[in-house]
Design a protein around this ligand. Structure first.
Ligand code: SF4
Length: 406
């Protein structure tokens, strides 16, 4: 969002740092809060001639290009309104905090109070294998990394203990995503969830989601998560069609998935939700309808219907360009698949909880995703995890080799 040679956080830090490097924290926090209020439209512009007004002017001048957001007029809005979606998430052009300022930026974060309904996100940076369509993949899982990562993560979570950011307001939802959290060993899954329950001020009705894949998620791991206090599992299925899913790097067969989901749901101690993707190479309306029928027939509680976003530079884009697949649905065909999905869920009496998410009954709340798409304060732990407090966004380094933070 800002030009590369202008970092507002550094400007503010400079304004409140004396020649010996001492920081006037109260003034600094107050100024950053004012900035956040200005961005949120909750405060008046600063008085003319002040340093703050100068800085706001510079920030306005350094804004990037405007993005076209208007919908196109057409007879079928689902198909005509927007161009192809090219990004998984909207994101700004954030800047890296230079190493000497990292302790100050960290202090600033942990000393900022949360003011909204809140969530926490934990990122697990490994997967057993890489799926062709994915750009969230960071690295391959090795069993010896489970303990190392967990020790570092717990240390990071405990660094926040006693901070202002953990005071007062409860945290309503924790999402352990990635990557593939279910790749971790059972004892480490248990240690992470237990630490969160000890350190974070979770609400009585908290939602704690563990994301993952059914392959390698055995009963020992499931029971470790449930015992420690997880109450929601989000599993990436993408499609039940064995041939299509294995052609994009998924491992399990349709029968293995169905058995795995029935087993997990039979514990009757958590919400079980799955992701489906429409638009994968080889998918047709027929295979898509079969996927939707299987969803309705399973004892699960929620489903996300995501369209395939062919991300620039993803393995799948390269494979399609190389002619590896005979056929992949285009943008308009994907739009039709979305319509078919919504109609099928409605017919099966599932409730639509967001654009992409559907719940079968009240066990499924989709709380983390609702909070993440609002202005909720979100704490973030683990390499590559991003959050925000009072409008101040932050992201941990994605470089796993730099983890743990000392
Ligand atoms: S398991 Fe999930 S995060 Fe890992 S590569 Fe596949 S889709 Fe991406």
């Amino acid at each position: 969002m800002f030009s590369p040679d202008f970092n507002p956080l550094l400007e503010v830090l400079k304004n409140h740092t004396d020649s010996s490097g001492n920081v006037s924290w109260n003034a600094l926090i107050s100024e950053v809060k004012t900035m956040a209020s200005l961005f949120a439209g909750k405060a008046e512009m600063p008085h003319k001639g002040t340093a703050m007004e100068e800085m706001m002017k510079k920030m306005a001048e350094s804004q990037g290009e405007e993005v076209a957001w208007q919908a196109a007029i057409g007879t079928d809005p689902i198909k005509d309104a927007f161009e192809v979606k090219k990004f998984a998430h909207a994101s700004g052009d954030a800047q890296i905090v230079p190493p000497p300022f990292v302790p100050m930026a960290s202090d600033l974060l942990v000393n900022t109070k949360r003011t909204t309904r809140s969530a926490a996100y934990i990122n697990v940076p490994f997967c057993q294998t890489r799926c062709a369509f994915c750009m969230f993949y960071i690295g391959a899982y090795k069993p010896e990394e489970s303990k190392r990562y967990t020790d570092a993560l717990i240390k990071e979570i405990r660094m926040w203990q006693g901070s202002k950011a953990l005071e007062d307001k409860p945290i309503h939802a924790v999402y352990m995503g990635g990557g593939t959290p279910t790749a971790l060993e059972a004892c480490d899954l248990e240690r992470i969830i237990t630490t969160c329950r000890e350190v974070l001020p979770l609400s009585n009705d908290y939602e704690f989601t563990v994301e993952g894949r059914l392959s390698f998620f055995d009963d020992e791991k499931i029971e470790a998560c449930l015992k420690a206090g997880a109450n929601r599992f989000s599993l990436g299925v993408q499609t039940f069609d064995t041939e299509i899913r294995q052609s994009v790097g998924r491992l399990s067969t349709k029968d293995e998935l169905i058995r795995g989901l029935e087993n997990l749901s039979a514990y009757d101690e958590s919400s079980v939700v799955i992701d489906l993707i429409f638009g994968l190479p080889g998918q047709t309306e027929t295979t898509w309808r079969e996927d939707l029928d299987i969803v309705s027939s399973l004892p699960i509680h929620g489903v996300d219907l995501y369209q395939l976003i062919l991300l620039e530079g993803s393995p799948l884009q390269k494979l399609i360009k190389a002619g590896k697949y005979k056929y992949a649905p285009d943008n308009r065909e994907r739009a039709e698949m979305y319509r078919i999905g919504c109609n099928a869920m409605e017919k099966a009496h599932w409730k639509q909880l967001s654009v992409s998410h559907f719940g079968r009954n009240t066990r499924e709340r989709n709380l983390y995703n609702v909070l993440a798409k609002s202005d909720a304060d979100t704490l973030a732990f683990g390499p590559g995890a991003g959050g925000k407090i009072q409008g101040l966004s932050f992201m941990n380094t994605r470089k796993y080799e730099l983890y743990p933070v000392e």
